[in-house]
Design a protein around this ligand. Sequence first.
Ligand SMILES: Cc1cc2nc3c(=O)[nH]c(=O)nc-3n(C[C@H](O)[C@H](O)[C@H](O)COP(=O)(O)OP(=O)(O)OC[C@H]3O[C@@H](n4cnc5c(N)ncnc54)[C@H](O)[C@@H]3O)c2cc1C
Length: 329
Amino acid sequence: MFARATIRAAQPLRMQARRYATESGAPKGGSNAAVYALGAGALGAAGYWYFGGSAKPAAAAAAAAAAPPKPAFTGGDQGFLSLKLADVELVNHNTKRFRFELPEGDMVSGLHVASAILTKYKGPNDEKATLRPYTPISDEGAKGYIDLLVKRYPDGPMSNHLHNMRPGQRLDVKGPLPKYPWTENKHDHIALVAGGTGITPMYQLARAIFSNPNDKTKVTLVFGNVSEGDILLKKEFADLENTYPQRFRAFYVLDKPTKDWAGASGYINKDLLKTVLPEPKEENIKVFVCGPPGMMKAISGPKTSPKDQGELSGLLKELGYKQDQVYKF
Ligand SMILES: Cc1cc2nc3c(=O)[nH]c(=O)nc-3n(C[C@H](O)[C@H](O)[C@H](O)COP(=O)(O)OP(=O)(O)OC[C@H]3O[C@@H](n4cnc5c(N)ncnc54)[C@H](O)[C@@H]3O)c2cc1C
């Protein structure tokens, strides 16, 4: 399946760029929650009418079924939750997927797309605790767990701690750390420019968009990696490409490709971005950027701090994008 994605990227880019087949304008706004709430209200009322004066159990059951699931992460002064590691999967030579149990089996994370969580660890010989953010890749509606995808850095205290953890052990986690608040059809077309584990917030966005039938946003992914084995979530993105060929396109770039690699090679460059990204003159587009510091500097300029996006510079500025058309994760 992945071959398909790479073949696309290997086609003459100018021929395929910015071309999506049919697209109908989706109605803006609309809230599933409102529809469900209405439905639930109607159900409750029906229960009461049917059972007359002794309708309480039916009404209570309906109300419980209609109640929104309890969020694990509520922010504010909640502090850190101690989450049990349930499962670990080796993804590639330096990356693992971790499943942590939420405190209660029927809880959802409570995270809204796009947002992250903060982890904390203090080793026996550490003076201070290490704090690092991660972006869960599990569905926001998933009950009882969150999944993290974490790359190990040779001298990285948190990534090494995580990679050394065994199921049953616990990790302190706090959240949510809100990033870019997504609502359906917020933009007509978004571009995701990612490097390495910078793919996790992009996946969170793409998953939210394509799992919502009301959301008609087009998505173009440009994903840079060192080698083919480093491409994370490739099956998930290939599935999206196959399922939504009119709305999702992926272009892979490898720094050190093997000679049979059919996609682009080198770093993500201006020509590629110019060819595949929605043009800056298009209305209501957004370009999201996330990756290692060198890539951020080259593509968009660095982010100054979690609260300060920093000035737009780099290739996106040269290509004519405006500050408010770009978001740095
Ligand atoms: C909002 C946000 C969300 C994040 N989500 C994820 C995620 O889902 N998965 C994930 O694996 N990481 C994610 N990260 C990165 C993560 O927070 C840590 O920075 C990373 O795991 C390294 O932590 P460490 O303590 O192991 O190493 P550190 O001590 O922080 O770094 C060790 C070495 O690795 C280098 N390094 C650190 N991060 C990077 C990088 N991104 N690219 C290149 N070199 C780097 C450092 O310069 C240093 O030399 C996210 C970062 C942010 C800001």
